[in-house]
Design a protein around this ligand. Structure first.
Ligand code: PMP
Length: 427
């Protein structure tokens, strides 16, 4: 392990990183609870749950035992033409958690593939029905992953410019604010009434990568109502919002109208193993039942339904539903809300907002995009003070593991204030 840092610089290609100018990576040698421990002996609070995945804290012993027990039974088997108890248990559990609204679970490996599968399900649904629909509706600022379908339905810009000519056509609705809601609803109705749209995809209640931008459940409800009126499939990308991040098990639990498809990943396994799931209603599933093989969803990954990942997910759900975890989620939500109220009264940040366990606030500055210079300053400031926090442009946000304690949260909160003061001082 000694030379791993040098070897990293020599052999590894990191995600979302311009290696020529980036700071060297933080060398983590241990992760436990809400903490990461670095090679040079520092303890860091994992304030963004390791890319929004880790909901129960690192090294959870119940998940560790589930993984080890499963490994001894079945590690991994092909999932086409074969089944095994853990995948079935997880699929049944997810269907039950939706009160049977969803009928089927299709497994893949991550958030992008869960979205990719959802899009393919929709396009092929219309193809199988004999009336192909090609258009897709999404929201400006959307992020749904880095594979081609997922990139196509995401915000066009810096991240995907080299590939843009390869994307399929997507119509984007403006992101809702207080003033444009009626206008967007009219636009959505006009577009969807054309009968050309296969689906409408959205991140329910919060757009993550766009800067933890929050919007109203009542408005989303209306979008889905319109889509349903024109038989347009709706895809809720709950990759980030799932598993109580927004205060309810799924963000869509706060809606009256339910989506036809739900994409899950990140917190699904407690954030310890890669796994994606695309949940579909029976209407969708039934459209693939046919005497012709080509009408099936001819899609699958080598690690589809991986038994160890499914075991981790089942145990993560057990932990999630425990009264103790529910209490922690409630506490975290309350702490975040209190701090947001405090921040609002101090007026050092813009757009202070909370949704469930997520708090976000924008630093006042001119450059607000993902590459805003202040982002790197904030990142370093928190790192130097023992907190790993990955801002999105000028937006600082906290979505920690649910096991975080009040002392650590207070430390993060005071850094919010001291950093804003420092920025104001050095302007
Ligand atoms: N959808 C949403 C809403 C996401 O936030 C992300 C990842 N941040 C993805 C999809 C893609 O997930 P993954 O990185 O696991 O491919």
């Amino acid at each position: 392990m000694e030379n791993f840092f040098e070897d990293d610089l020599r052999y590894v290609w990191h995600p979302f990183t311009q290696a020529k100018t980036a700071l060297p990576p933080v060398a983590v040698v241990k992760a436990h609870g809400a903490y990461l421990y670095t090679q040079d002996g520092k303890q860091l609070i994992d304030a963004n749950s390791s890319w929004w995945t880790n909901i129960h804290g690192h090294g959870n012993s119940r998940i560790a035992n589930a993984i080890y027990s499963q490994f001894k039974e079945i590690d991994h088997v092909i999932f086409a033409g074969v089944t095994h108890p853990m995948a079935v248990k997880l699929a049944k559990r997810l269907v039950q958690l939706s009160n049977q609204h969803f009928a089927r679970a299709f497994f893949s490996d991550n958030g992008s593939t869960a979205v990719e599968v959802a899009l393919k399900m929709c396009f092929q649904f219309w193809y199988n029905m004999g009336s192909p629909r090609k258009r897709v509706l999404a929201l400006e600022g959307a992020y749904h992953g880095d594979t081609f379908g997922a990139m196509s339905v995401g915000q066009r810009g810096h991240f995907n410019k080299p590939f843009e000519h390869l994307f399929f056509e997507v119509d984007f609705l403006p992101f809702p604010d207080e003033n444009n809601q009626d206008e967007i609803l009219v636009k959505a109705d006009k577009l969807l009434s054309s009968g050309e749209f296969a689906c409408f995809i959205f991140e329910p209640l919060i757009q993550g990568a766009a800067g933890m931008r929050m919007y109203d459940a009542a408005l989303l409800n209306k979008f889905i109502e319109i889509a349903k009126a024109y038989q347009v499939m709706t895809i809720a990308d709950e990759v980030m919002t799932g598993f109580f991040r927004t205060g309810t098990l799924f963000a869509c639990d706060q809606l009256h109208y339910k989506p036809d498809i739900m994409c899950l990943s990140k917190g699904l396994t407690g954030g310890v193993l890669p796994l994606g799931v695309t949940m579909a209603t029976s209407t969708l599933y039934d459209a693939f039942l046919h005497d012709e093989t080509a009408k099936a969803l001819l899609h699958g990954h080598s690690f589809t339904g991986n038994a160890i990942a499914c075991a981790a997910a089942c145990t993560s759900l057990d932990i999630l539903m425990d009264a103790e975890t529910q209490e922690k989620i409630f506490q975290l939500t309350t702490w975040q809300q209190h701090f947001a109220d405090k921040l609002k009264s101090r007026q050092v940040f813009h757009d202070v907002r909370v949704c469930g366990t997520i708090l976000a606030a924008a630093l006042p500055c001119e450059q607000t995009d993902y590459f805003a210079e202040i982002r790197n300053r904030a990142y370093l400031y928190f790192l130097e003070h023992g907190v790993l926090l990955r801002p999105l442009g000028n937006v600082l946000f906290v979505n920690p593991p649910y096991c975080i304690n009040e002392v650590d949260l207070d430390k993060i909160y005071s850094l919010f204030i001291s950093f804003a003061q420092e920025i104001a001082r050095t302007k």
